[in-house]
Design a protein around this ligand. Structure first.
Ligand code: FMN
Length: 364
C-alpha cells in the first residue's frame, strides 16, 4: 500500500484528513539518541494550517504524542511511534459535493482504484498526512545534526514571481515573513499575489528550493537507489508536486560540457569542486559539496470558483467547492521539503554505516 518510506530509517504513516488521528512509526532509528521534542513541535508549527492569512484557516494544534520507543526523550531502539490528533475537521464543508470529483484532486483516481474513498477531506490524499512526515523528518534531522548536516528550504517562486538568493538563507531568514521567501521585497510581492488570488477564489503554485550542507562525500547508492533518485521519489511523493530537479536540473541543457563540468580542486586539504552544477551528487553518491534541489508545486486544486466536473453517476455537473483551503501551498510546504530531505539523508547515512565496519554497540 506504499505507506512506508526508506530502507534503514523506515517511516510508516497512517491516518486520514477527517479521521480521529494521524500518526507514524519509525523503525531503524538508532538507540540512545536524545530527542528534542520542542524542535519537532517547532517544525510542526511551521507546517500547521491556520498559521497566517496566506494559509487555510483549519486550526490544528498538531501536538505530537509519543507512544513507543522513547524513554525520558531518549530513543530506546524499539519502534518509535507517535500520534497527532485531528481536532478541527469539518466534514460538513464537503457535504454538498461528496459525490462530485474535484478537478485535479485525487477523488476520481481513488474511486477508480478502490471503488470507495473518503467522502470528505481528501483522506490519505490530503496534505494532513504530511504532518507525520514533518515529525519524523525532525527526528531524522536531529540524527543528522550530530554529524554536522544542516538542511534549509525556502520559497523561491510563487506563480511567476521569482527571488534569486545569492547564498543559502538561514531558517530564521526564511521565517521572517509568512511566505517563507528570504528576499523581503519579493516576499511582499508574492504575498500580495497570493491574497489577490484568494480574493477571487483562485490559487497559485510555486517553487521551493532546498540545500543540504555538511553531508560528507560517499552517501548514496550507485544504481536504483541513487541519492537523487531517492530525493526525487521523496519529493514527488508529496501532494501537489509536479517537478523536481537537482543542481542545474533542466537548465543544464542550456550549457556546454566545458561550461557545466564542476572542476575539482583542493581546499584546506579537502577535495572540492569550484562550481556545483552537480548539486552535490555524482553517480548517485554525495560528493561533499552542498546538495541543492528545487521542487515545483502546482496551484492548489480546490478553488472557490465554479468548475465543470462529473459526478459518481457519470453526469456532467458544475461544482462549487466549499471548505477551507490553501490559496498557495508553498509557504506550508517548506518544512515538509526539509523533512523529506532529512528522511532520505538519514536513511543513506545509516546505509553507508553498513558499508563500513562499525564496532558493535556503537551509537551512530
Ligand atoms: C502543504 C500542502 C497543503 C495543501 N492544501 C491543499 C488544499 O487546501 N486544497 C487542495 O485541494 N489541495 C491541497 N494540497 C494538494 C492536494 O493534497 C493534492 O493536490 C491532491 O492530493 C492531489 O494530488 P496531486 O496534486 O499530487 O496529484 C496541499 C498540498 C500541500 C503540500
Amino acid at each position: 500500500m506504499s505507506s512506508t518510506f526508506g530502507k534503514a530509517f523506515r517511516l510508516t504513516t497512517w491516518g486520514e484528513s477527517h479521521g480521529p488521528e494521524i500518526g507514524g512509526v519509525i523503525d531503524g532509528c538508532p538507540a540512545n539518541l536524545k530527542i528534542d521534542v520542542d524542535a519537532i513541535q517547532h517544525q510542526l508549527s511551521r507546517r500547521r494550517p491556520g498559521q497566517s492569512k496566506l494559509t487555510t484557516p483549519r486550526d490544528e494544534k498538531d501536538q505530537v504524542i509519543f507512544v513507543s520507543g522513547l524513554q525520558d526523550n531518549v530513543t530506546t531502539g524499539t519502534p518509535l511511534a507517535f500520534r497527532i490528533l485531528n481536532t478541527n475537521a469539518k466534514p460538513s464543508d464537503y457535504s454538498n459535493a461528496a459525490s462530485i470529483y474535484r478537478p485535479s484532486h485525487a477523488d476520481f483516481t481513488y474511486e477508480k482504484k478502490y471503488g470507495i474513498r473518503s467522502s470528505s477531506g481528501g483522506g490519505r490524499a490530503s496534505a494532513r498526512e504530511t504532518a507525520v512526515r514533518v515529525a519524523a523528518g525532525s527526528i531524522a534531522e536531529q540524527l543528522l545534526a550530530r554529524h554536522g548536516v544542516q538542511i534549509v528550504a525556502w520559497v523561491e517562486k510563487v506563480h511567476t514571481i521569482r527571488a534569486v538568493a545569492a547564498e543559502f538563507p538561514t531558517r530564521n531568514a526564511v521565517d521572517a515573513n509568512a511566505v517563507r521567501c528570504p528576499s523581503v521585497e519579493v516576499a511582499e510581492e508574492m504575498s500580495r499575489a497570493i491574497l489577490e488570488a484568494k480574493k477571487i477564489g483562485d490559487s497559485l503554485g510555486g517553487v521551493i528550493a532546498a540545500a543540504v550542507t555538511g553531508a560528507p562525500a560517499g552517501w548514496g547508492e550507485p544504481v536504483f537507489d541513487k541519492l537523487e533518485a531517492d530525493l526525487a521519489k521523496a519529493m514527488m511523493s508529496l501532494p501537489a508536486v509536479k517537478g523536481f530537479e537537482v543542481g542545474s536540473g533542466f537548465s543544464s541543457t542550456d550549457l556546454k560540457g566545458s561550461e557545466h563540468n564542476d572542476p575539482f580542486a583542493v581546499k584546506d586539504g579537502a577535495t572540492v569542486t569550484t562550481s556545483n552544477f552537480s548539486g552535490g551528487i555524482q553517480g548517485g553518491i554525495s560528493n561533499g559539496m552542498p546538495i541543492t534541489m528545487r521542487v515545483a508545486f502546482k496551484p492548489t486544486a480546490t478553488i472557490m470558483q465554479k468548475q465543470s466536473s462529473v459526478d459518481e453517476q457519470g453526469n456532467e455537473v458544475t461544482l462549487q467547492p466549499k471548505g477551507r483551503h490553501d490559496p498557495c501551498v508553498v509557504p506550508r510546504a517548506v518544512p515538509i521539503v526539509e523533512a523529506m530531505t532529512a528522511l532520505v539523508l538519514a536513511d543513506h547515512y545509516l546505509r553507508q554505516l553498513r558499508h563500513r565496519n562499525r564496532p558493535a554497540g556503537e551509537t551512530p
